[in-house]
Design a protein around this ligand. Structure first.
Ligand code: AMP
Length: 529
């Protein structure tokens, strides 16, 4: 690892310290701006003051280092304030998808033993009913608070205004836990990744070491990627904090987003493949992106020709980034290359070793693909709750992704070892969707696979065998979609449900997903003929 990395890591051990340093260096510059509503802003000094006040309130709730606080928030000013306050106290942040299904959000709070939740107002009654102390990122209304427990919820502004105890300095243990994040890995079930301050800070410094630098102090970054995902939280927001850049927050991607790029004088644009697909070939893209220095797509597979088409339409190189929650997140990027190999995800960040490994655990032949193994300071501690399955005794972590090296040394992703489906950059574990559908009335057997989708990269497809053989297929599919929509986040709800008489099985009696995928591939090819 370079001296630069060691020096910076030696200086800062708690991510929240970065924000207070920026407050000292550039107090009146804008740190965060909302690109919607009243376009609220926070300067670095306002951010720092609010972080201290919210941390004092949390401390006044009796929370002590290591306890968990969930953030069920859209991209809004309260999110960085709450996140940094949590870290400043040595508490652990649990970012949660605010558009997730009720059962998912509550399960994540329960699994992580969350004590306090900072949430959108629409979550107020659900959370307070479960007994969680809830901070609502909006003024409270009577109906938000249960009559029997008027103190179950508090408005964020009131928490900021409350008198709290004097704060001790931030804890300085880099190995202490900072973030718990659901998802990741390529196993069939979502797992909860444990990320330390050391891992988050290391990846921030690794990305800052890329030349030319992806983000500098003068930049204005449009953040439409949701902050409950690691790409946005540490890859972008962490980098913006480190550099003192301005982050412009958007709470949704829509027809107006492109106009916001020009209106907001945006210079850095991190996106996911659906944004690329939506803007590809659209008139006015090159004009809207004229002031943008860096466009980076990451978190999910993207077709090489879509990258080329977008680069042509937008008049700027669309760079790629490959990462995973377990690496906090950036592993490779094309940002350091002027002419990236089409289809590649670039070269590893500084201080991160990458090996391609055969199924027998030895290094793959240079011309062959292999599983991507990583070793470096930005890796996870392990999986919650007991910290298992992290890097092995030699520090290596097997990603479950399969890659091959291009002649110039950059990495090309080939496949995923297991079954994960990635919809718009979000992980869907087939088993989770299968379990929900299997519980629906009238379902005898179910299988879920990923299929290609021009807008979301991949989409979820379910095959269902009904208990009653002559059930109306359309009515059954509609009923099951509605059933799934109540229990799963929207991106996990199957795009298609095929009602069928039987599913293919292997010799050992398991459903043969490979035969389902093969049938799907044949169908795709026929569509092109
Ligand atoms: P997550 O931990 O939710 O960010 O998911 C990480 C997984 O997303 C990785 O293990 C890869 O399978 C996939 N992924 C991330 N970035 C890319 C990319 N640029 N191209 C293809 N797949 C990607």
């Amino acid at each position: 690892m370079s001296d630069r990395l060691c020096q910076t890591r030696a200086m800062v051990h708690n991510l929240a310290e970065i924000a207070s340093r920026q407050a000292a260096a550039r107090p009146d510059d804008v740190a965060f701006e909302e690109a919607y509503g009243d376009r609220r802003t926070l300067t670095w000094s306002e951010l720092d003051a609010q972080v201290d006040r919210f941390a004092a309130w949390l401390s006044g709730q009796g929370l002590v280092a290591g306890q968990r606080v969930a953030l069920v928030l859209e991209n809004r000013l309260e999110l960085p304030v709450a996140y940094l306050a949590v870290l400043r106290l040595g508490l652990v942040a649990v970012p949660v998808n605010p558009r997730g299904a009720h059962d998912e959000v509550l399960a994540l709070c329960a699994q992580t033993g969350t004590r306090v939740v900072v949430a959108e107002r629409r979550w107020a009654s659900t959370l307070t009913e479960t007994g969680l102390r809830t901070v609502i990122a909006a003024p409270l209304r009577d109906e938000d608070v249960p009559a029997a427990r008027p103190d179950a919820a508090v408005a964020f502004a009131d928490a900021l205004a409350a008198d709290g105890p004097a704060l001790p300095p931030p804890p300085q243990d880099p190995e202490s836990l900072a973030v718990l994040m659901s998802t990741s890995g390529t196993s069939t079930r979502p797992r909860i990744v444990m990320l330390s301050h050391r891992a988050l800070l290391a990846n921030i410094v690794q990305v800052a070491a890329i030349r030319p630098q992806p983000i500098v102090a003068a930049d204005r970054i449009l953040l439409v990627l949701p902050l409950f995902h690691v790409f946005a939280l540490n890859g972008v927001l962490g980098q913006a904090l480190h550099q003192g850049a301005t982050t412009v927050l958007l709470d949704r991607f829509d027809d107006q987003t492109l106009a916001e790029v020009a209106r907001g004088a945006i210079t850095v644009l991190p996106v996911a493949p659906p944004v690329v697909a939506a803007w590809c070939g659209r008139p006015g893209v090159a004009e809207a992106l004229a002031g943008v220095r860096t466009v980076l797509s990451g978190a999910a597979p993207i077709e090489a020709d879509l990258v080329e088409e977008f680069s042509a339409t937008g008049g700027t190189t669309l760079h790629q980034g490959y990462g995973l929650t377990e690496a906090a997140p950036v592993v490779t990027t094309t940002l350091a290359q002027t002419d990236p190999v089409p289809g590649s995800v670039g070269t590893p960040v500084e201080g991160l070793e990458v090996r391609l490994v055969d199924s027998d655990g030895s290094d793959a032949h240079p011309d062959d693909p292999g599983e991507i193994w990583l070793r470096g300071p930005n890796l996870l501690t392990g999986f919650w709750p007991d910290g298992t399955d992290g890097p092995d005794a030699d520090g290596w972590f097997a990603t479950g992704d399969v890659g091959i090296r291009a002649p110039d040394g950059s990495l090309v992703l080939v496949d995923r070892l297991r079954e994960l489906v990635i919809v718009s950059g979000f992980n869907v574990y087939p088993r989770e969707v299968e379990e929900v559908l299997a519980e629906a009335p009238g379902v005898a057997e179910v299988a879920v696979v990923g299929v290609g989708d021009p807008y979301t990269g991949e989409a979820v497809r379910a095959y269902v065998v009904p208990v009653v053989p002559d059930a109306d297929p359309e009515e059954t599919a509609e009923r099951l979609r509605a059933y799934a929509a109540l229990r799963l986040a929207a991106f996990k709800v199957p795009r298609d449900i095929e009602v069928t008489d039987a599913l293919p099985h292997t010799a050992t009696g398991e459903i043969s997903k490979s035969r389902l995928r093969a049938a799907e591939a044949r169908r795709g090819i026929q569509g092109l003929l």
